[in-house]
Ligand binder design. Sequence first.
Ligand code: DOR
Length: 431
Amino acid sequence: MTTSSVLLRQVRLYGTGEPVDVLIADGVIAEIGRPDAPAGAEVIDGDGQILLPGFVDLHTHLREPGREDAETIETGSAAAALGGYTAVFAMANTDPVADNAVITDYVWRRGQEVGLVDVHPVGAVTVGLAGERLAEMGTMANSAARVRMFSDDGHCVFDPLVMRRALEYSTALGVVVAQHAEDPRLTVGAQAHEGERAARLGYPGWPASAEESIVARDCVLARHAGARLHICHVSAAGTVDVLRWAKELGTAVSAEVTPHHLLLTDERLSTFDPVNKVNPPLRSEADVQRMRQALADGVIDCVATDHAPHAPQDKDCEWAAARPGMLGLQTALSVVVETMVRPGLLDWRGVARVLSERPAQIAGLPDQGRPLAEGEPANLVLVDPDTEWTVQGSELASRARNTPYEGLRLPAVVSATLLRGRITSREGKLV
Ligand code: DOR
């Protein structure tokens, strides 16, 4: 089999040091230094741009099967490739729910057919996301899709006995359980972050304690089960204290924060625009500052998008009726640069850590988030840090349009994404 080669000229590895040329052949990094371009090689002039390992998103909603009017595996994969991603984890809250190997294998196969990004299906923890009976985790883990992450995301696995059993099974299977930490008894009817703004508008509040208490409980359960636990979309400052405590005790817990919880606050409530409705909700400025600090110092391990496309009829309606969620795949890098790199909280090595290396480790992907070194798989992203762009929902590849960043000017663009040495996006276009 002959595969084409690509020469990346004058790129800076992790944004440091002198620019080098990187030759990619047969899906791996063949040579770093001053290689000659082989005949027929595609040459990308990096012009000093930054080379990073391809991004890995632990938390994406692709809506297929069931809500192809909001997103499909094809349109979501396109958004991922354009956003610099080489692997995404597709959440299980589809219709039908991905609580069995037929659905998870379908998602996996369809992702391979589209071929723009590795789409790893997340399996549901419980049948129908109902929180009562465990789904057949073992069958999904051993199927063609080799499901490595299980989550009822969108719903909390609330029953502690069910959660305990899921964690116990996960250790035997070598997989990770990702919890949507929300005590549903504390968030009945909740529409927004519990605070002054929601109170003034008359919106029932979503208290931080609903998140903190489930994280604390699950850290205890995971420690006793000897299991690995992942916490989805941390939003509240107090959760950082809980995570720090659990990690100090040696609990195998990891956590993600979304780009929107790094940038936006509940000040957005005053717009009344449901594009700002998300679960967990946008919180206070103090929470946002705490998310940034926790990501910088590693208490929060990584950034995951919670890319949540919704059809217009589910968003262009009154606040209370609107579905929670916002697009994230094509804007994640820029929001991380705006909130973490520009203020000096992360350097580009840190960006590689939070967008690629840690998520790949958490999910156990052997071929992603790898070092930029000869012989390593060429899952890569080339970033132009100096160009700004203005977000326009109509220009994004997602089928849905619910970006909260409409009209916002953000730093950094993805110049190229490579999946196993094949260019999947270049200069904002799919290849
Ligand atoms: O805002 C959210 N949207 N949070 C979730 O947990 C689920 C997601 C969705 O599926 O739309």
